[in-house]
Every structure is written in C-alpha cells, then in structure tokens.
Design a binder for this molecule. Sequence first.
Ligand code: PEP
Ligand code: MG
Length: 753
Amino acid sequence: MLASLRQIVQEVNAAADLQSILEIIVARVKAAMETEVCSIYLRNPAGEYVLMCTDGLNQTSVGNVILSRHEGLVGLVVTREEPINLDEAESHPAYQYFPETGEEKFSSFLGAPIVHQRQVLGVLVVQQKVKRRFDESEEAFLVTMSAQLAGAIAHAEATGVLRTIGQRSEARFLGVPGSNGVGIGRCVVLSQPADLSSVPYQTCESIEAELEFFHASLAAVRDDVRGLGNELASRLNKEEQVLFDAYVGMLDDASLGKEVSERIRGGLSASYAWSEVILEHVKTFSSMSDPYLRERASDVRDLGSRVLAYLQQYTVDEIEYPEQTVLVGEDLTAAMLAEVPLERVVGIVSVKGSSNSHIAILARSLGIPTVMGAVDLPYTRLNGRDLIVDGYRGSVYSDPGAEVRAQYQNIVDEDKQLVASLESVKALPSETQDHHRVALWVNTGLMADAMLSLERGAEGVGLFRTEVPFMLRERFPSEEEQRVTYRGQLEAFAPHPVTMRTLDIGGDKALPYFPIEEDNPFLGWRGIRITLDHPEIFLGQVRAMLKASEGLDNLRIMLPMVSNISELEIAQMLIRRAYQELLEEGYKVQFPPVGVMIEVPAAVYQAREFAARVDFLSVGSNDLTQYLLAVDRNNPRVADLYHSLHPAVLRALKKIAEDSHLEGIPVSICGELAGDPLASLLLVAMGYDVLSMSATNLLRVKSAIRSITLADAEKLLQEVMVMPDAESINHCLDLAFRQAGLTRLLGPEKAEA
Ligand code: PEP
Ligand code: MG
C-alpha cells in the first residue's frame, strides 16, 4: 500500500487544479482499497460540508448533498475529528439518507477527517456493499492518505479562489502577523531572477512581438547548449551526449516551444507562459515511478531556468512602484527591500517565514504593516491588483470590495490618530509614576530606521544589526566601507550609546555571497561561531567599529549566540588585540564596553558567570524563545507555539536580570518582546535597565510605563509568574491593560471580517 500511497500523493501534487486533485483522489483511493465508493466532502464558506467529488455514488448528487457539522455520519467525522468505521451505516443513529446519491446499496462506511492547520477541511469516505468493518490497515491507509492530502487540497482551494470566482472578486488569504498596522495599496511582486515558480502573472501587449522575442531567446539558449555540448564533447560519454541532444530537442520550436507559443497567443507574457509550461513538465517528471525519468525533472527545471534568465534579461522593465505599494514575494529578503523606494511601501506580504523572520523584524522597525507565512497566496497572479495587508490579524485581501475597504480605512485613520496622540509623551521621561527610570532604546539596521528612531526620541541603540549592511552587498564590505557605515550610526546618535552587534549570520540570515548549507541551520554555524572561525572577519569588523568611534566614544560591542565562556574569552582577546593595533597605528580610540547576548538556554544557566566577565548582558528574546521552546522562529506551521510570554521564558528572563544585578552590571533586552507594551511592564518589574525595540513601538511602550507604578508592575509580575501557560498570562495582562484604560496602545480593535 505504501507504493500506491506515494504514487497517489505524487499524482495529486502534479495536478493542475482542485477538481483534478479530487478526481485523482477518489479514483485512486477506490482502486487501492478495492472499495465500491470513494467520495470527498469539503467545507464551504458557510461551514457546511458539500459532496464535491465521488467515484461510485450518483454523479448528479455532486454539489447537491450538503450537511452541517451536526448532520449525518460525515458531520460526526467532522465533530469527532477522527475516523468513523461502521459495518452497517444505516443503523447508526447519525445516519442520514440522501436518495439522490443511491447510497442505500452500500452498508459499510469508513470516513476520515481531512485536517489542515487544526481545521477540518473535509471528509474522505469509502463505502462498500458488503457488511464488514474495514480492518486496521485500511483505516490507517485512509487516515494517512487524508493527512498527506490535506495540504494539497487547502492550497488548491486557496489558489483556486482567484480563478474560479472571476478575475476581480474579493478574496482573503491567511498568514501570520508580521508587523502591526494596515496597508492599502497596489501589489508589486518581487521575485528572484530565473526562479520558475515566482514569475508574476503577466499578459503581453503585442502577441506578435512577444512570439518573436520568445523564439529568438529560445534560439539563443539552443546555441548556448549546443556550444556547451561541443566544448564538452570529448569528455562526455555516449549517454551524456544523447542527453545533450535531447535538451536541444526540447528547446525546439516544435516541442516545448510549441506549447509556450500557444499560451502566448492566448495573451500571456513569454516569461509567464514559459514558466507555466516548464513547471507542468517538472511535475509530470517528478511523479513518474521510474527513478531515471524522475531524475530528469531537475534537468527540465535547469533548462527552464536558463531560458527564463534569458527572457528576463531582455525584459527587465524598470519595476514601477505605485504611490501606495504592497510588496509581495515568496521569500522576501533584506537585500530586496534595499532596492525599493521605501517611502512608497505601505505593506509587505511574504509567502514564507513568520513574525520572527528578519524581514518581519526589519518591517517592524520601519513601521510597515506586514503579513508573513501566507502560504496559500497565489502571489504570482497578484501583480498590479489592489491589496489590503492586515498586519494585526495576519490576513491579506485581494481586490477588496467597498465595505472591507471602508472598514480598513477606518483602522488606518485610527492608527494615525493614536500615533498623533502619542506625540505628547515624546519629550517626557521614560519612568513609572513613582519615578523608576527605564531606558528605552532602539534596534536598528538600516539608516532609514535610525532616522525614524531619532524622530521618536530614542535615547540610544540597544542593537545595531550589523549583518544588514552586509546583506545589502555582493561581497564582504571592506574595513573602510564598514567604518563609514558604522560612523553614520554612531554620529547620528551621539552622544547616546550605540550597541553594535558583531556579525550574526547563519540560521535564516544568509549572505548571498557566503552560502551555508546545513541540515539544521539554527543549531549550526551561526553568529559568534562563524566569526570566531574566521578571525579575519571578526577583527576587520571590530577594527572598523573602533575606528568609527574615534572622537565620539559612544560605541558598545555585543556578541551574539554565545554558548560557552571560552567563546567570550576568545572574542574579548580579539577585541583587545584590535584595540592595541589601532593604538599603535595612532588612532585615539577608547576601549568600549563589551557585552554578551543571552540567546541560548546554556547561557541562561551561566548568566552569572558571563555577567562576571562583561560590562552588560542583553537578552535576545527572539532566539531565546525559539531555543527554550524548541519552536523554529521562521516556521509558520508552528507559529502558534511560539510564545515569548511562556512561563519558561519568563522564568529565564527573571533569572538573567537577577544574575546580572548580583554581579553589579546592567541588563537589557533587545528581542521583540521589549517592544510589546504588555510585556514591557513585566520586564520593568523584573528589573531590566534597558528595553531596546523597534522605533515604531517606542512611544507605545513609554506610554504604558508612564501609566503605572513600579509597585503595581511588581504585583502584576508576581501574579503571572505562578500561571501555568502563555494563554493565561496574556489574558491576565490584557485584563490589566483594560482596567488601566490602556488597550488603545495595543492598536485598534482588530477588524472583524
Ligand atoms: C534575538 O534573537 O532576540 C535578537 C535580538 O537577535 P536577532 O533577532 O537578530 O536574531
Ligand atoms: Mg538572535
């Protein structure tokens, strides 16, 4: 059965649309299980379950059998969220008979829920005439089948929305919140060059010109491949030579070229038509059972990318960014953001990633509403369409109607009012009502967010992510290039302190010119581990920082991802060496305070030992949460398990604050938690000296801190520290905010849709 299971899943993944997926499932499952009926019921927008496809029941009943979640055996599968296996369905009290199906002939019934992201999307049913209970292995097969297919069905349903309900009707897609706020604008899809699966849907203006251009590109790549084949001729064996000839053949006008030309004649752009055809062939090859043929999928993809690169090279129209741009992409990166006129960007949507991905963190520091992990968004078809990005709830609307648009415009207006009303606290000190001072600093990475921070009255930088300027280049920046960048930051904030973190790459922060391939990147070569293995990079960076601080003396250096005392000691030795060198070279620099980030559980337990050796500690709560809870900060599938207010995280945070104070050094926190007005009260009560956050949150947090006394915050902390889970803690904080009349700081009530 395993073979047929794999085969069905492959066929389904290769299918073009929802209808074909359903037809494949019912036919293949029926055959594999040797039953007489296989049917699929799917949930409609009203929450009812509709018979969508069947092999065995009367076809006229498709679309006409509709059950609520409390009706029939299908409803029972839905409410129980588990398989129901009956030898005599008709005698079960929940049985409901639909004459149009002709199902009275079938006695035995096995139904399995199709569950995606904890939601029952539908029910997969097999039926048989003979009265018999399906055996354990059959039940397990159906359950495995529906678990494997749930994702494909959900994706096909979501992407199908745009096609089946017409070109311009409102559709809503779900993701996770990335950066608060609402953005209303026009979509611009950003894609990686030569990436077949992210080519935006586009039509062509002149069919004749497009065809001519396409044939010329094809001929050029054909020549390239032939040339390559000739060059390698002496080194290729016969089989490989045949393969080369086959490639040239595929690029023939009569082969792939013909299919693409037909689509161009239908009005599509050459790039889109080409990528569509190639992806279809890749799918077909991938689903073949012969391993040799399956392998050929990657050849077809490779060839496809080559031609696509050609097509894109000659069609690089300048991207036009409308006044209100919503950027959409499969996997947006900081480098991509750097090429965009940010003043026009009102929203960002990324298909991959979650709220703790670095692109989301950057978006927050720039105050751009963002949705992450919108995995079902048919983004390649959205170019030029109107979009609403709801960064509060994590949803995206395409072609919104007047009602939804008005609703969201209200939120935009309310947001503006809130920002205006917070202006009044800008010049006021950040202290509780009983005058306990807490420094509010900012996290920066770009010059744009540094400017925003200054406007918001930041008193220092708690985290300058130096990897951002590294990401924006095509090679490592030279020491002098780094010095100039760092000088810009240090000067902008002087005399306030600027905490520069040494290069923190690895994990989800890749440099395009320094790729790291690992099975487990978050447990691999990251942060300080890389820079200590490459002292030339570390020393160059520290030298650039020190030189940049000459005459300003507001630099602090911070080390990321430290998990061993020896790492700290080696880093300190290298910093001292760089400092000595510069003194010898005649620079008048001061030795800066050096601190470590507490980001991994090991460092929590050794916080005291670290504190005894440095000038400050700073908690990276984003990574600390990820590592304490074993929840990948980028994975939308587990995003709802990522709780920075989990009791385990709170206990770690409290211990770190206590340990640093026992050693008499200040402690700060620079993860996203610091910018959460609710959490900020707890952090103040724990004794954090500095909260460092995205500039957009600064005034909200200040406002929250100014509205309570330290004693009240401490009482609140005591209350939540004994709670069993993040939900209760969140609830308790929400309540406290409500009672203090502070809910407006959390943003406008999330719009109901
Ligand atoms: C953190 O992990 O909390 C942190 C501030 O660092 P980054 O988000 O850049 O990994
Ligand atoms: Mg980190």
